[in-house]
Write a protein that binds this ligand. Sequence first.
Ligand code: SAH
Length: 257
Amino acid sequence: MTRSCFFVSEISQDSGEFDLPQPLSRQLDSVLRVRAGETIELLDGRGEAWECLITAIRRGSVRVRVIGKLDGPARESNLSVTLGVGIARPDTMDLIVRQATELGVGRLAVFRAARSQYGPAEKKKERWGKIASEAVCQCGRRLPPEIILFEDLAHFLAGCEADPAGGSLRIFAREREPGAGPKNLAERWKNAAISRVTAALGPEGGWESPECSALIDAGFEPVSLGPRILRMETAVVALISSIQLLWGDMGEGLSGG
Ligand code: SAH
């Protein structure tokens, strides 16, 4: 079996023995061909992981018994990262969702940018949620990122909470204009204890200049990711890695398992 971690929302210490819901049961039985006696890890969507023993498989229904809560290293980032993305073509979005999840993004906000060729839709959100859940299992996180859809950039900006407490940074990746890189920003903000970063990424066609002005008016600082034009799926990795390196959990080694 290659994947042994799944989301099941209604699980707790009191769950005892129960049948897994469909379609998970069917997937475990007919696709992954699990056997009674094997253990799997179930995530409850609230940040807990539960070790469960498969006790029986009957007609596409998999029965499990909760063994107990799994301890393990916390893999959620100490930095709260919101990524705003101007929606791109479906395959690019899939990569962005997966990679942003692996890199510890806590909230993913998707909006239609001026040069986006698509609009966000509930059906897509469902798909991204599934991809994010798979990535969560694969990378050892226990909470999937929250995914929020906004009609356009203006709604995204209006949805960015004011942060009177400070410690929060807003940046947007701006292509084709020389400007501050992540290191320059870190230098500028070195006296602030940054606990929250909201970062925006433009669509395949890039930002239009009124969008850059709107972002700057909303307190977003432009950041350059170097002299080359990156595809979105590359830019997202460069952007979030820089953020985690400078203010999050990439800067120092792992403590504990
Ligand atoms: N088609 C555009 C490029 C868009 S790249 C052009 O040819 O100019 C998509 C998004 O990735 C951009 O809007 C920006 O947010 C980010 N990006 C790509 N390369 C970047 C770079 N070198 N610096 C900062 N952001 C970059």
